[in-house]
Design a protein around this ligand. Structure first.
Ligand code: XMP
Ligand code: MG
Length: 183
């Protein structure tokens, strides 16, 4: 779905599909160089990271298995509760793996800081984070994020995997949701 198909629901496009593609190529090259000779495992956080994982994994010029974790910290609203629930755990033993967590967005940082702590106890050789989007002004806790696609303003955004009440994930771009949709 393109932004023009639902323009009444969106305030503004923040990152276009083309900008995302170019950024993923750039970060994929960097990751391939940084992980040369290492046993890399990509861990996607469902469901928001599905699009970024699919495109990023294919942009990588090296083999990289994928695993998935489903956590939830939001419910149907637009604010993080800070309470993280595991809905689906990994299938992979992290022991001696170099884990790169692939995330759609860092907002308060609560979800990722919880995940990092959780993964640290599973014996991974290293754990790093790639987040396509980050809201620097919304941070409640600091998260060491090695790869960031785009820093964006503190607005609720949808598209490219990001949802509001499960809608808008299949929008190609990342856009600010018009307040009339959720207020
Ligand atoms: P925290 O606040 O824990 O949030 O860093 C992480 C998760 O919350 C979701 N999230 C959003 N989803 N538009 C969305 O559709 C947003 O603006 C937004 N901000 C946070 C997302 O799933 C992320 O992984
Ligand atoms: Mg997410």
């Amino acid at each position: 779905m393109r932004a023009a198909d639902i323009s009444g629901d969106l305030s503004r496009i923040l990152v276009t599909e083309e900008e995302i593609t170019a950024k993923l190529d750039e970060i994929a090259a960097q990751v391939a160089a940084d992980y040369e000779g290492k046993d890399l495992l990509l861990v996607g956080v469902l469901k928001g990271a599905v699009m970024v994982m699919a495109d990023f994994a294919r942009a990588l010029p090296v083999l990289a298995p994928m695993d998935w974790m489903a956590v939830s910290s939001y419910g149907a609203g637009t604010r993080s509760s800070g309470v993280v629930q595991i809905r689906k755990d990994l299938d992979t033993d992290l022991h001696d793996k170099h884990v790169l967590i692939v995330e759609d967005i860092i907002d308060s940082g609560l979800t990722l800081s919880w995940l990092l702590e959780n993964f640290a106890s599973r014996g991974a050789a290293s754990v790093e984070v790639f987040a396509l989007l980050r809201k620097p002004e919304a941070a409640k806790v600091h998260v060491d994020c090695r790869y960031v696609g785009f820093d964006i303003p503190t607005e609720f955004v949808v598209g490219y995997g990001l949802d509001y009440a499960e809608q808008y994930r299949n929008l190609r771009d990342v856009a600010i949701l018009a307040p009339h949709v959720y207020s």
